[in-house]
Design a protein around this ligand. Structure first.
Ligand code: NDP
Length: 445
């Protein structure tokens, strides 16, 4: 049996109750086949894959807090420190009721290769809680964050593990978490990224994932002789990634015709007005359906799945994992969509990925496409170490260069291993090679 198949079977047996983690391992191992087969004896002798699919450490803890009615609430907190071969663990915190070990393990596993692909010296981690910040008062969110950090601080630090935001964790949550870390440890250090600009945050971090997504999309389109200008773009989600992907796509001349949240989506064939969306989502923390009150031409459709039925040239899934199934992928292609770039992590089910690859549309997987966020987080770490703040233009320029390098490395790796144009194979191999080399050099640990 091949080494890849052997390892997948082991993971399937050991972690059979973790579907998202199994999905991510399958996707990564399948696309690594060419490089693993070429080095099978060496990797087997060193137990490389066995070590790569096992997190270095998982911390799970109780998070008790008191709500506005004086009732004690208990959530579950996690930090997965997956792989530190190339640098301190780095990866976001997700606060969402769906959070469980399987989802965080898939995210931390993927993060390891994404961080490697970014070219920056950061390992892979992820964490979070099943706490839902939606419809909670600021006071409740603060109580939760303080309790969460009262355990988490023992396991993180500017040189060992630096969390950031993700779904449900934005500037407000990072602020409360940072305040509590500082209060307990007495340290003013870059232990979190995505911080506010008055206390060590980086300009352009808020925009980084969405802007980076559109920068790499632009590279991919140009290499294929296409252009983003005048393209009709379907975007899902209306959070941090979706809003800034929409902003950059519009700045580059595209027309963004949808946005969504977990209840439904808005559609306007004339293009969406982002100032209104920012007011609803960023200022008032409202729901996307409120948009129709400000527009005569926009429609609101209840439910998210049918967003992929909207005819478009380019699709940018920016909400959550597994939001595109095989049927939705087929519909996108049937309606003429020629490019998909993933802002969310693993938004396409394996069947949908197969459709994108078989139909030979331009398809950039999340590992490469959304690496702009963590890259600017790493630049925030550099600025914190230097005690300096770079200008927006400098950070944005660095981000552009990083995304351009990721595109180059991804497409070159795909060509080198005989899969030209397959950016899934390219991104996985390019991310894997550096981590593998570092792990082999550091011995069995
Ligand atoms: P936000 O919390 O800011 O926004 C998430 C958006 O997705 C909201 O519109 C939310 O709607 C929607 N959403 C969340 N869960 C679901 C669901 N189960 N079904 C349908 N819609 C859902 O998160 P981000 O924008 O930060 O993250 C979005 C994606 O991008 C995630 O996959 C994340 O891992 C990934 N990512 C984020 C990075 C970052 O820098 N923030 C970096 C790299 C990747 P609702 O309000 O109704 O929940």
């Amino acid at each position: 049996m091949s080494y890849v198949d052997e390892i997948y079977l082991q993971v399937e047996k050991k972690d059979s109750h973790e579907p998202e983690f199994l999905q991510a391992v399958k996707e990564v191992l399948e696309s690594l086949r060419p490089v693993i087969e070429a080095n099978e004896d060496k990797y087997r002798a060193e137990g490389l894959l066995e070590r790569m699919v096992e997190p270095e450490r998982i911390v799970m803890f109780r998070v008790p807090w008191v709500d506005d009615n004086g009732k004690v609430q208990v959530n579950r907190g996690y930090r997965i420190q997956f792989n530190s071969a190339i640098g301190p663990y780095k990866g976001g915190l997700r606060f969402h009721p769906s959070v469980n070990l399987s989802i965080l393990k898939f995210l931390a596993f993927e993060q390891t290769f994404k961080n490697s692909l970014s070219g920056l010296p950061i390992g892979g981690g992820k964490g979070g809680s099943d706490f839902d910040p939606k419809f909670k008062s600021d006071r409740e969110v603060m109580a939760f964050c303080q309790s969460f950090m009262t355990e988490l601080y023992k396991h993180i630090g500017a040189n060992c593990d630096v969390p950031a935001g993700d779904i449900g964790v934005g500037a407000r949550e990072i602020g409360y978490l940072y305040g509590q870390y500082k209060r307990i440890t007495g340290l003013y250090e870059g232990v979190l990224t995505g911080k506010g600009l008055t206390y060590g945050g980086s300009l352009a971090r808020k925009e980084a994932t969405g802007y980076g997504l559109v920068y790499i999309l632009d590279e991919m389109l140009k290499a294929a002789g296409k252009n983003i200008e005048d393209a009709r773009v379907v975007i899902s989600g209306s959070g941090n990634v979706a809003i800034y992907a929409a902003e950059k796509a519009m700045q580059m001349g595209a027309k963004v015709i949808t946005l969504s949240d977990s209840n439904g989506y808005i559609y306007d064939e004339n293009g969406i007005n982002l100032d209104i969306v920012k007011e609803i989502k960023e200022v008032r923390r409202g729901r996307i359906k409120e948009y129709t009150a400000f527009s005569d031409t926009a429609k609101y459709v209840e439910g998210c799945k049918n967003i992929w039925q909207v005819p478009c040239d380019i699709a940018l899934p920016c909400a959550t994992q597994n939001e595109i199934d095989r049927e939705s992928a087929l519909k996108l292609i049937e309606n003429g969509c020629y490019a998909v770039a993933e802002g969310a992590n693993m938004p396409a089910e394996l069947g949908a990925v197969d459709v994108f690859l078989e139909s030979k549309i331009l398809y950039m997987p999340s590992k490469a496409a959304n690496a702009g966020g963590v890259s600017v987080s790493a630049l925030e770490m550099s600025q914190n170490s230097e005690r300096l703040s770079w200008s927006f233009e400098k950070v944005d320029e660095e981000l552009k260069n990083i995304m351009s390098n990721i595109y180059r490395k991804t497409s070159e790796a795909a060509v080198k291993y005989g899969h030209e144009g397959n950016f899934v194979v390219g991104a996985n191999i390019a991310g894997f090679e550096k981590v593998a080399e570092a792990m082999l050099a550091q011995g069995i640990c």
